[in-house]
Design a protein around this ligand. Sequence first.
Ligand code: GDP
Length: 291
Amino acid sequence: MAARRLRLDVARLFAVGAELGSGRRAYCTSQAFAEVLRLPSKQLTKLVFPLQELERHFVPGSRPDLHLKIFDPSLDDIARAESVFTASSRNRIEYLSSAVRLDHAPDLRRPEVCFIGRSNVGKSSLIKALFSLAPEVEVRVSKKPGHTKKMNFFKVGKYFTLVDMPGYGYRAPEDFVDMVETYLKERKNLMRTFLLVDSVVGIQKTDNIAIEMCEEFSLPYVMVLTKIDKSSKGHLLKQVLQIQKFVDTKTQGCFPQLFPVSAVTYSGIHLLKCFIANITGNLKTNGFQFS
Ligand code: GDP
């Protein structure tokens, strides 16, 4: 059934591309994503829906506690989201500015999403992967922990702003709490906070700084599990189940579905882009309502 749906989606997608011809810039993304769609179905699932790939290790329906498909866009939806993240003369994706205090932040009306996580969790790498179709955007990736000391604002066309928050934990800037807390509490156009957790080590004590802030301010947030290429399938499964249990039992504002990603293999990146496009009101995935 799933394989049939996949083939139908793929056929439809290619048909749309052919109809529009080469003159329509937005559908160049479909061509880039078409490379992904050419993959055999097992590889495609692993790349696009990494959480569902883990499902193969269970008896179907035996883990209702693992929320696999609350957000379950079609490949068509995912291809559309790619166009939001593709830079062109009509869709400028660029670094805007940095700020150490909220009153230095650009006064923007566009919806905003922010990425937060402890130093070295893979935040810059993830943002770079999200902007892979905008190669001119400079996102610093460092081997040294804690290099991001400011809030960095990136404009994604007319669609939304993405904010890279300073890393917390080891060598976090001293005024981190003031800076981040004020931003999270007072930023009016903040639609969702993406809280990064390293899938290799799971939720650490320092991660609770951000979790507690999100919970205290009743912010809607999403847990993104980074570096999933680094673990064995068994280890990843164990971490995912543990983190899922934490989300289900200890959080109020966290989106129930986890988003595992790898900035190395790009696994989960397309799905995350599609989620962001929905969250910021730029795409409407059938059957899914964001509150
Ligand atoms: P930040 O401090 O949170 O911005 O983390 P970085 O993006 O600078 O990443 C910290 C380290 O983890 C770097 O050495 C990255 O190359 C590595 N890294 C980041 N993401 C991944 C990933 O998805 N897979 C693997 N294998 N390594 C990653």
